[in-house]
Design a protein around this ligand. Sequence first.
Ligand code: HEM
Length: 494
Amino acid sequence: MSAPTSRLTTSAGNPIADNQNALSAGPRGPLLLQDYQLIEKLAHQNRERIPERVVHAKGWGAFGTFTVTHDITRYTRAKLFSQIGQQTEVVSRFSTVAGELGAADQERDVRGFALKFYTEEGNWDMVGNNTPVFFVRDPYKFPDFIHTQKRHPRTNLRSPTAMWDFWSLSPESLHQVTILMSDRGCPVSPMHMNGYGSHTYSFWNDEGERFWVKFHFKTQQGHQHYTNAQAEEVIGRTRENYQEELFGAIEKGEFPKWNVFVQVMPELDAEKTPYNPFDLTKVWPHADYPLIPVGVLELNRNADNYFTDIEMAAYSPSNIVPGIGFSPDKMLQARVFSYADAHRYRLGTHYEALPVNAPKSPRHHYHKDGAMRFFRNDTGNPDAYYEPNSVNGPAEDPSVAEPPLRISGDADRYNHREGNDDYTQAGNLFRLFDDAQKQRLFANIAAAMGGVPEEIIRRQLVHFHRADPTYAAGVAAALKLDFDATAISNPGSA
Ligand code: HEM
């Protein structure tokens, strides 16, 4: 045993003489209330947990670097892209969506792919998934969808019936359900999957021109996936294989990398595409909007403390930098609200002052007191605690104003299921799969439908049929079910 490097103290810095034996009246007790060190220790233990994320609770992350390899300054004035070779520090967090903090890593699920870029103009958070689309297109439906992924109130078990009931009544989910049930629903590690911003964001350049943009992160490690049987075997061995793989690779100096691309759509094209380019259930065909290379993301440093660096990381699509903007995507707008709200609840009012969330660039704001106000006056001037002021406090900078976003239309609750084609892109994806991939897709769906009432299964089969008749036929065969699509009328609200 080597000699201690420092003296143990209370959190107030008072030296502690004995950290082995509680203070008692006589060797057999009882204890004395004045043993504050014991009380402090027990009280702190009781407060070691914070609420887990309501979704994406189980996660793995690391620090890294984003390096620009190609010039995209004609599209965006964002400073992190200003020069080839420029590097920006990043903190990443990957996650499953449905499982709780202790869930097994290898469960079939969508994976979160969240990045915080510490740029010279504040933090840019790219809070994406390993899929380019999502289950719903109207955020009104997000909490309902998530309820189907979580535990049933009575059984306290996850409910395949709830999942397929919801999906079969929400045809817009078909594209994402097809990805989830395909090989891509079970990547072998965070390093072996792509990331996607999924939403349409915007870029704007120095001339004030706006472009619509989608972000893609393509794994250099190659895609690798487990089958259900392999995943079961992995979970039988370890619940933590993602943590082991990611942490272990970085410890060994095997730094995972992703090539970063954007798809760029000129602003006015959005009025011409046959699909709504702001619909999160759709991709933009690469033939129309090819991938434009931007840079490389490398993860190269493990967190020293998982809790402070990864669990307390607070990502939010609301964190954008000049040169990057939002879009009319309804889902994105809901997320711009939802994440910061979640962080204030989960971490506290001044969550952005926590070291992992604090920008590396100067920040000067007028938010004042509240829980976690442990930092000094952020305006740099004790008299500048309101604005406008005549004491030269921090002031707005019109040079970073975003160009106006064109919007129009009457305020109404528009039926998002009307006039939307939920089948073509899902069918196109299905048709890209080779025979073995299709067979695994059928088997995965059949396995995921265990215990689901036949009426719900049949409703879902009609959606598969509409995407591609052989899709429905394959799933029906895997389920050993006779299926005649023509005999069933309008499923759900399709
Ligand atoms: C986490 C809300 C859709 C990716 C979260 C959290 C909330 C949330 C409240 C927990 C945040 C926290 O406590 O730290 C929503 C809402 C959505 C939505 C309201 C739709 C209306 C999406 C979509 C994506 C996504 C479409 C991907 C494209 C993520 C990721 C995390 C997350 C990656 C985990 C971030 C981390 O690692 O800390 N979401 N979400 N979410 N969400 Fe969403």
